[in-house]
Design a protein around this ligand. Structure first.
Ligand code: ADP
Ligand code: ASP
Ligand code: MG
Length: 437
């Protein structure tokens, strides 16, 4: 069984939903994971933000604007009156639910319930459409099997057991539709897999059912060698290893959710990135093979904070790094880059939720400097030890860009460079010119 995930633009209009049918309507058994229609999750965040700020009139207005958008889609999506009526009923129930929040107290749990409405709507709308045109499918409620644990990590055992139980209820069904992004948390509440999380849903399901292939269908013909939103003349990469794809995703290549490669890699399931607008394009195949090409792609991750930690006692002092790392561990704050010298250690984080508390604890035994608005530029490829000369090419390309930190050698797939976010574009353009042209 294959898992096919379609992102926001691939379900972004009635026309796109119609076109989607041609990509899934063959005799292969498959689970289709859908995102919310493009823009919807952002709209839902705006609604929740207004509710937080107790701007209930603004929230009502935003809900109405969104509902009208969906009413237009419903008009174009269905031909028959009965399907249209079902669509209208569906909108009524979801938008009445949203309106109910404008009449009561608002907390973080309610925000997550609001954010879940996008995927619940898109999947139900598409499922009704399949029904209208006579294609058999089953809508699997993701909230029945997708779960994260108390560390907000996918609970793979639970997911595997529960999705299998759902699937065995329908032994003759070939086509299943389910929601990306949404899940329950360790307390059974509605939660989500963070922005872009539908990719993660697809790879988690793929791993859980030991799928033969996971396909991520989006609006571009695969992973490009650089960020196409920032740099001209980028090109798709035909093949990537799991390690390379994981580094690119984690360090900002928006086409993939930051941690979605891991479940596929753990069970050695190939992931193919494909374009719904150009279904015949080759896309990118991600698997366990390495191609040996030294430099494959560049990605950038914004919102980075650097912390320079200095201690007089660092000199020859063992136990210092442990003491530092323990603080970050206690505050569940992942460290992305790290460099050390004899007297200091610099590291970067992107989650600054507990930065003040971390700072206070660090200051008990060292002096620290904090810098924000930084970007990690990450150069990914297969840098096994024998290869020579690529460092020269990278630093030559970046000769006019001030570099804050460099990290190399942590993996054979990644050289990371920290720059001021203001210089991100210049760095990406310079690397494109120096490495790929
Ligand atoms: P979806 O809604 O289908 O999940 P996303 O917007 O999340 O789509 O991801 C696709 C987008 O990722 C592309 O349109 C492109 O602008 C952006 N992107 C950023 N970096 C890359 C890259 N290295 N390769 C391909 N696309 C990238
Ligand atoms: N709808 C969610 C988002 O916009 C999940 C996804 O599209 O992958 O982040
Ligand atoms: Mg996405």
């Amino acid at each position: 069984m294959k898992v096919l995930k379609f992102g926001g633009t691939s379900v972004g209009s009635a026309e796109r939903m119609h076109a989607l049918v041609h990509l899934i309507n063959d005799s292969d058994a498959k689970i289709v994971v859908l995102s919310a229609m493009s823009g919807t999750t952002n709209n839902l965040i705006e609604i929740a933000t207004a509710l937080y700020a107790k701007q209930n009139d603004k929230a009502k207005q935003l809900i109405d604007v969104l509902e009208n958008k969906y009413k237009e889609v419903i008009k174009q999506l269905y031909k028959s009156e009965s399907a249209s009526n079902k669509g209208i009923e569906l909108l009524d129930s979801h938008f009445n639910y949203l309106h109910a929040f404008t009449m009561d107290l608002f907390t973080v749990n309610e925000e997550r319930s609001i954010l879940a409405q996008g995927e619940l709507l898109s999947t139900a709308m598409f499922h009704f459409y399949l029904e209208e045109i006579g294609i058999d499918s089953v809508l699997l409620p993701a909230l029945n099997f997708m779960r994260i644990d108390e560390n907000e990590e996918p609970d793979l055992n639970y997911i595997e057991t529960n999705i299998k139980a759902e699937l065995t209820k329908y032994p003759n069904t070939k086509l299943f539709i389910t929601q990306g992004y949404i899940c329950r948390n360790a307390f059974g509440e509605i939660d989500n897999l963070k922005r872009g999380g539908s990719d993660y849903t697809a790879t988690i399901i793929g791993a859980a059912i030991r799928s033969e292939e996971i396909q991520i269908w989006t609006d571009i013909d695969g992973m490009h060698n650089n960020d196409p939103r920032i740099v001209d003349k980028t090109h798709p990469i035909a093949e990537l290893s799991f390690d390379e794809a994981a580094e690119l995703a984690y360090f900002g290549a928006k086409i993939l959710h930051p941690t979605c490669i891991l479940p596929a890699q753990q069970r050695n399931i190939p992931v193919r990135l494909l374009n719904t607008m150009q279904p015949d394009a080759k896309g990118t195949l991600i698997n366990s093979k390495t191609t040996g090409d030294s430099i494959k792609a560049v990605a950038a991750k914004d919102g980075i904070t650097a912390i320079k930690i200095k201690s007089g006692r660092m000199l020859l002092a063992y136990g210092f790094l442990r003491a530092v790392f323990e603080i970050f561990e206690r505050y569940k704050t992942p460290i992305d880059m790290i460099t050390t010298s004899e007297v200091a250690v610099s590291l970067t984080i992107d989650n600054t939720k507990n930065l003040d508390a971390i700072k206070n604890e660090l200051e008990e035994f060292c002096s620290i400097e904090i810098d924000s608005d930084l970007t990690i530029v990450c150069i990914v490829g297969d840098f096994t030890a024998e290869k020579q000369g690529y460092a020269l090419r990278i630093f030559d390309a970046l000769k006019n860009i001030p570099i804050r930190m460099i990290s190399y050698g942590g993996s054979e797939n990644n050289i990371s460079i920290l720059v001021d976010t203001k210089l991100k574009k210049d760095a990406l353009v310079a690397l494109n010119k120096g490495l790929f042209q």
